[in-house]
Every structure is written in C-alpha cells, then in structure tokens.
Design a protein around this ligand. Structure first.
Ligand code: C6P
Length: 404
C-alpha cells in the first residue's frame, strides 16, 4: 500500500500549522475528505444542482439518478438485501433517534427492557432513556471490565424475554474496542430481541455484511468514512421498516395526501421526508467508492500495524495510562498522562501541529467507569504514518517536560 499516494488524495493534509506539518490524529471525530469526494460535491453544485424525485427536467433527473446511484453503492457496500433497506439520514445520531422514535414507540410498552452496554456513545443512550421515560420501559446496561471489554456472562444473564431491543456499539469511539457483535446478535435474537448496531466508528475500518450478521438495524455516519458531514445511513430489515410508522411527515414521504388521510410512500422514501442532503449523499457514495478502491481488507491490516506501533510506544511512555486495552481493538489510542489534564495536553499538542481530541468523547459513562474526567485520544486512519505517531510521542514528551 502506497501511503504517500493515499496522502496525496487528501488536499487538507498538505499544510503546516505553527510552522510544522499537520499531523491529523482526530479521525474518530471526523476523517478528512479525498479530492474525489470534494469533486463530486462540487460537480453536483456546479452542474446538476436541482431537487430530486420531483422535477421532470434534465437537471432534476440527473440529480435523482446520482442520489439513487449512491444508495445502490451503499447497499452493495453493506450487502443490504435491497435499496428499500437503505435510509439516508443526517448521521448515526439521527438514525438511532429514528429507530427509537418510530420502532420504539410502536413496539415498546411499560415493563419492556432495552439493553445497551456501558461503552455506548451518548447517541445510543439518550434516545433510549427518552423512550423509557415516555413508555415506562426499563434501560439495562451490560457491564465491562478494566480492559474495556464487555462482560459476556453478564450479557447472557441480562437477556430475557423482556428484552425487546439490544443496542451495541460495533467499535467504541472512546476505547477502540471491537465488540463480538456476531455472537451477541445471535444471543439477542434467541430471546426474541431486535438488535441495533452502532457502526459509526467501525464502518470505515472493517467490512460489514448486514445479511451475514443478520443485524436488524445498522447505523453509521458518512463523515467518519471520508464522506461529507450531515449525512449518514440507517440500514434496516425491510420487514421492520414496513411495519414502522414514519419518523417525520412532509414532502417525498407520501403517495397521496388529503385532509382526511395520508397514504405514505414506499420504502425507502417513507423515511426520507423533505429535501435531503443531496450533495452529501452523492459525496457519501463517492467516499464509499474511494474505500472500495483501496479495499477494506488492506485498510484493516495497515491500520492494525499503525495501532500496534503506537501502542508499543504508549506502553513504554512514562506516566501514560492507556484507557482501553481490549484484545480486539482498532485505531484508537485513548490515554491520560500523569499530572497533565487532557485538555491542556490537547492544547500543547496543537501547538506542535498534532491534532487529537481531548474530552469525554460523548461517552461519559466510560469516563465514570475509569474515574477520569476526560481522556486524550489519538485516532488513526489510512493516511497516517509511523512518522506521525513519532511526532505524537515527541509532542507528548514536550508536554510531560513542561509539567514536570
Ligand atoms: N463520535 C467522536 O469524536 P454523529 O455525530 O451522528 O455523526 O455520530 C455519533 C456517534 C455515534 N456513535 C459512535 C460510536 C460515535 O463515535 C459517534 C460520534 C465522535 O468520537 C463525535 S462525539
């Protein structure tokens, strides 16, 4: 794999901050965008800008064709059965809220249980808390161990016929843990629960086959997969979507409206009310093609090499405590440095042109578990290099010296 060539696909990487080359290690927050994605978005606005599914004119037909072609690209990438199962949303957060609002309100009643895990992002906690408040259902949580791995025995004993939905993050943004979702889906199905997998972090780093997994709902965001912000996807089994009421009402999600009654549109349009993020969806499709052009297998192997390289340095770095040491993890090095608050660390590293994230990563229960207010998090992507990992640790040494 030619990393220099890959880097040249990302124009933003070719810049200096404070006289030093930018080292971008905040990929779990959002990845950078390759030129082909930028071009696709620009070309849509320059040549095809028009509303979709409505116009009979050429521009509208072109925009509609490009939008729907992206849906097919994304269907094939995740191996969904049909494009009816591919719903465009604003991102993983909106996808989960859609499920909680639509599926949740139709299927959850008092006394039912929603099971999630201790390492969920807030977007896979709060919508379920809201649903529980509204319905009287009960939220249960699968605990984890010190390494940041789920307690599978506890998971098994928490499952029961009361469990109506099990929601689990595929790859934790705060820890990097990859969860054994295949086994968990099977076990949850055995008690009759439907399963939602939050793939916001995972989808750019490992192949996901929704049919092989037999997952009911899989969600992700384009911007963590080299695509634009403000767009994402919900992939769901058609049988579930057919039975679910619309999430929002408005244009495009209807076939016929009278004041007496509205007939809803067919899938997937029933869940896409209003003018969508057309440019974003087109850019998303292009981003997926970009990933395919490199190959997820190669991406996963390369990123593992980089994470191992960073982890071995972290293990030797005096005063550094890693947060998240699961056996199966990817792309995330979360840590605290003795005597330096993560926010100070983030600021000092910024002056060295090293971009990391410092904070609770929208996973406050993870911080509570480790009894830390925040962590510093370096997260890697396909364009990062060993030299950038070295730059990270050189900057960390400086920070440690400053606070010594
Ligand atoms: N995590 C991070 O820096 P949205 O914001 O809808 O694109 O994605 C939400 C989300 C859901 N699940 C997981 C596992 C995530 O990591 C995220 C986003 C970013 O870690 C922003 S908090």
């Amino acid at each position: 794999m030619n990393i220099e060539q890959i880097r040249s696909d990302f124009p933003i990487l070719d810049q200096e901050l404070y006289g030093k080359p930018l080292v971008y290690l905040d990929n779990a927050a959002t990845t950078q965008k390759p030129q082909c994605v930028i071009d696709a978005v620009r070309s849509y606005y320059e040549k095809d800008n028009s509303n979709i599914h409505r116009g009979v004119h050429t521009l509208s037909e072109r925009a509609t064709a490009a939008y729907e072609a992206s849906r097919e690209t994304i269907r094939s990438f995740f191996n969904a059965k049909s494009t009816k199962e591919v719903i465009f949303t604003r991102g993983a957060t909106e996808s989960i809220n859609l499920i909680a609002s639509s599926w949740g309100r139709a299927n959850i009643t008092k006394g039912d249980e929603i099971l999630i895990t201790h390492m969920e992002h807030h977007s896979n906690i709060v919508p379920w808390q809201m649903l529980c408040e509204h319905t009287g259902a009960v939220l249960k949580v699968v605990p984890m161990n010190e390494a940041g791995e789920l307690d599978m025995n506890a998971f098994t004993s928490l499952l029961s016929e009361r469990t109506k939905l099990f929601g689990v993050v595929h790859m934790s943004n705060a820890l990097g843990t990859i969860n054994p979702i295949e086994t968990m889906i099977k076990q949850a199905h055995a008690v009759g629960a439907v399963v939602l997998v939050d793939g916001a972090q995972a989808a750019a780093h490992m192949a996901v086959d929704v049919q092989a997994l037999d997952v009911d709902f899989y969600v992700t965001s384009a911007h963590k997969m080299y695509g634009p912000t403000g767009v994402g996807v919900l992939i769901a089994k058609e049988v579930l979507l057919e039975a679910m009421p619309p999430y929002q009402g408005g244009g495009d999600m209807i076939l016929m409206v009278t004041f007496e009654k509205t007939q809803y549109n067919d899938l997937p349009h029933k869940f896409e009310a209003g003018t969508p993020n057309i440019a974003g969806v087109i850019g998303f499709g292009e981003a997926i093609k970009y990933i395919q052009s490199i190959g997820l297998d190669k991406i996963a192997v390369r990123e593992k090499v980089l994470l191992d390289y960073a982890t071995s340095q972290a293990e030797l770095f005096e005063g550094l405590r890693q947060i998240g040491t699961a056996r199966d993890k990817a792309c995330v090095l979360s840590f605290v440095l003795k005597g330096v608050h993560p926010h100070d660390l983030g600021t000092i590293l910024d002056r060295e042109a090293v971009a990391i994230r410092a904070g609770h990563h929208c996973a406050m229960p993870v911080m509570q578990f480790y009894k830390v207010p925040a962590t510093a998090r370096a997260s890697f992507s396909i364009y990062n290099t060993e030299a950038e990992v070295d730059a990270l640790f050189a900057a960390l040494s400086k920070a440690r010296d400053m606070f010594a």
